[in-house]
Design a protein around this ligand. Structure first.
Ligand SMILES: C=CC1=C(C)c2cc3[nH]c(cc4nc(cc5[nH]c(cc1n2)c(C)c5CCC(=O)O)C(CCC(=O)O)=C4C)c(C)c3C=C
Ligand SMILES: [Fe+2]
Length: 410
């Protein structure tokens, strides 16, 4: 994006109202993205709306992501849980406790309590349905979108089944890690007997920006990440690349989005031994400024055709940004919403951390085609390994009186 187009995006923020309500000082926006100047509410992102919150919502700094498996075969029990979860999630986004008894001495409290007194932190809670939910257990086979099937093998991945798949996923994002953890813990607790946690990931720093009001953050390789991400203000592009439209074979998913999550390990010790010049060639960007190797400022548009005095490409053939760019993928774009993660060290004493990649898209093919290309020749592959993840269909937003399963189970 050129600096000019970035400036024009910035001027559009208020009018389009894509920011979270409150401390950001922006105009209030609901999950549908409609603008309405309201009195500032304290860090509350509206839960209900035409779209689920947590997709184009200005990306928060912390994540707890969980995949669940459904352990009942009873459809009504599952629907009832989705109803209960919706009420609990909505309550937590307002900074309130999980509804239910709080003062009965002979029963556990309805809410586990660790978020009491904390600010809502712009919490959003987003649900997705995995391909396995559409097997023969709940009568949903005919409702499976044709595009919702397990992702094909995408070499050189090495996915750990313990960190892959799931019938349901819940993405909880907020500016406070205790707030996001509290969500998953309480949803798991409410789901006891109906669902079990399959895998879970904490993320401690955003590696994307979803609004032009946000400064770009750095990933664990020290590079600015998210510079050329889609932004909520780019309404036409978001419609084109993120929201499922009339093309889907499943009307319940219209207005929703596909979520791809990938747990990507970085070989941090190897990376840290690499020369600066090589690190920059891996991405095709300068480490300090984030500018493309053909530019001077972060938001300069990369010139993929530029050659140096010796005739070599300035942004190398195998640079990550060249291979991932829409210019080299038939215009394909993704709304990235990833987080840095660490889970301590591995058995050999090396740091175990990296990027928990999350992206929203209109069709999983967008991820598949870009990742196939990256998998074949990305210079970054020497330093990373995909080790888990999943594909989920996120339904549209929840209207008044509705629950998360409304469109699917109607
Ligand atoms: C399949 C999609 C992608 C995966 C997986 C992925 C992994 C990955 N990316 C980085 C760091 C950066 N990525 C950057 C740009 C970028 N990456 C993708 C897609 C995937 N990345 C896209 C579509 C783009 C935008 C390309 C463009 O339009 O120019 C950048 C540059 C800054 C930016 O624009 O965001 C960085 C840095 C890591 C570390 C990583 C796996 C660990
Ligand atoms: Fe990338």
């Amino acid at each position: 994006m050129s600096s000019v187009s970035r400036r024009s995006l910035l001027t559009g923020i208020g009018a389009l109202g894509v920011g979270a309500v409150g401390v950001g000082g922006l105009v209030a926006a609901d999950a549908a993205g409609s603008a309405a100047p309201t009195a500032p509410a304290p860090q509350i992102v509206p839960f209900r709306g035409q779209r689920q919150a947590g997709i184009v919502t200005q990306q928060q700094d912390r994540l707890t992501f969980a995949a669940f498996d459904v352990v009942t075969r009873n459809r009504s029990e599952l629907v009832e849980l989705l109803r209960t979860w919706t009420a609990a999630a909505e309550s937590m986004t307002r900074g309130q406790q999980v509804p239910g008894g709080a003062s009965q001495l002979q029963a556990p409290p309805a809410d586990t309590g660790e978020a009491a007194g904390l600010k809502p932190g712009n919490l959003t809670v987003t649900i997705g349905f995995g391909p396995s939910l559409f097997d023969d257990r709940f009568g949903l086979a005919a409702k499976r979108p044709a595009l919702l099937r397990p992702l094909p093998k995408l070499p050189p991945e090495d996915l750990d089944p313990h960190y892959t798949g799931g019938d349901l996923c819940v993405q909880a994002c907020a500016d406070d890690p205790q707030v996001t953890f509290h969500v998953i813990r309480n949803l798991a607790r409410l789901g006891a007997g109906t669902v079990v946690l399959r895998w879970m990931q904490l993320g401690f720093g955003r590696t994307a920006s979803t609004s032009s009001a946000q400064a770009t953050q750095r990933n664990l390789m020290g590079f600015k990440d998210g510079t050329r991400n889609l932004r909520a203000e780019q309404a036409e592009l978001i419609d084109q690349h993120v929201w499922v439209g009339a093309e889907t074979d499943q009307p319940w998913l219209r207005g929703g989005s596909y979520l791809v999550a990938r747990r990507i390990r970085m070989f941090i010790e190897t990376w840290d031994r690499d020369y600066l010049g090589d690190q920059q060639n891996v991405f095709g960007r300068y480490k300090g400024s984030g500018a493309p190797l053909t530019g001077v400022s972060e938001f300069d548009t990369p010139d993929f055709a530029a050659r140096d005095a010796e005739g070599g490409l300035v942004i190398p053939e195998d640079a990550h940004v060249r291979l991932a760019a829409p210019e080299h993928n038939n215009g394909t774009r993704l709304l990235r919403r990833g987080y840095s993660f660490t889970d301590g060290i591995d058995p050999t004493g090396n740091l175990l951390g990296g990027l928990f990649f999350i992206a929203f898209m209109r069709s999983p093919e967008q991820f598949i085609s870009v990742q196939r290309k990256l998998g074949e020749s990305d210079a970054l592959n020497e330093y990373i390994q995909h080790i888990g993840g999943g594909l989920f269909a996120c339904p549209p937003g929840v209207g008044a009186g509705q629950h998360w399963g409304q469109s699917l189970f109607a």
